[in-house]
Design a protein around this ligand. Structure first.
Ligand code: IPE
Ligand code: IPE
Ligand code: MG
Length: 242
């Protein structure tokens, strides 16, 4: 683990989830097509993942495409799929080569078959890795995920507990996020990890995603580190670890 000086002594979240918003506006400001923003966003995503793992983060979840995003104009969706086809595997294998397991979370059946296949291959190739993980949320919607989990429980005819229910979600094997970051100025969750976010710390950045640098991530983590997570308890209980 390589930590720069400013990050020494900082409490590093185990799991960071990022709503990568603002690619379109970033491109528009540069009089470029939205696809240019998505390409730069994907490159930034990889850089951020590498930086986060260097800092000692164990899990990174990135919100890449929501169920609602699939209703965007056809050219934009096709552009995103082509970006995935042409670059995703090559980029992500660079990160996974460090011993990181990739999981796709979401309703993958909403994606073209070749992309489903490519995601499944990446999942299989990295399934041997334990401890560090990336979740790529594609065709992901939290409500869809919850409804899917409820239907599975109903089919099994089993009553659920909080714990058993979380095992029916797409994120089954992954701990809840400690820190959720959203770029792009909006202050909302847009159907992301609604169940898992119960006690996550939230951080909102005014930066458009392609401008969210490694330093900006450091800032978010330093802010996270300064917060007291009480999980409903009192300060005294937290201090005395009761
Ligand atoms: C986020 O950026 C990436 C995806 C949703 C695929 P946007 O495409 O939402 O960018 P803005 O919010 O329009 O700037
Ligand atoms: C959230 O961004 C989804 C992703 C980043 C993949 P959106 O751009 O879709 O969110 P809204 O529509 O502004 O809430
Ligand atoms: Mg957006």
């Amino acid at each position: 683990m390589r930590k720069n000086k400013i990050m020494q002594g900082v409490n590093i979240p185990r799991h960071i989830a990022i709503i990568m918003d603002g690619n379109g506006r970033w491109a528009k400001k540069r009089l470029m097509p939205r696809s240019f923003g998505h390409k730069n966003g994907m490159e930034r995503m990889i850089g951020l993942m590498e930086h986060a793992f260097d800092l000692g983060v164990d899990y990174i979840t990135v919100y890449a495409l929501s169920t609602e995003n699939l209703k965007r104009p056809k050219e934009e969706i096709e552009g995103l799929f082509n970006l995935f086809r042409n670059h995703f595997k090559q980029y992500i294998s660079r990160v996974c080569a460090r011993g990181v397991r990739l999981r796709a979370i979401g309703d993958i059946s909403l994606l073209p078959e070749d992309i489903q296949k490519s995601l499944r291959e990446s999942e299989e190739e990295t399934a041997c890795y334990e401890g560090k993980g990336i979740c790529v949320a594609v065709g992901y919607g939290s409500r869809d995920e919850i409804v899917h989990a409820v239907n599975t429980a109903v089919e099994k005819g089993e009553k659920v507990t909080e714990e058993s229910f979380s095992k029916l979600l797409y994120t089954a094997e992954v701990p809840d996020p400690d820190l959720i970051i959203r770029t792009g100025k909006e202050v909302r969750l847009s159907n992301f990890l609604l169940y898992q976010a119960a006690y996550a710390e939230l951080y909102f950045s005014e930066k458009m995603f392609p401008d969210f640098s490694d330093k900006e991530l450091d800032k978010a983590i330093i802010d996270f580190s300064s917060r007291t997570r009480r999980f409903g308890k009192t300060d005294e209980q937290i201090k005395n670890k009761k």
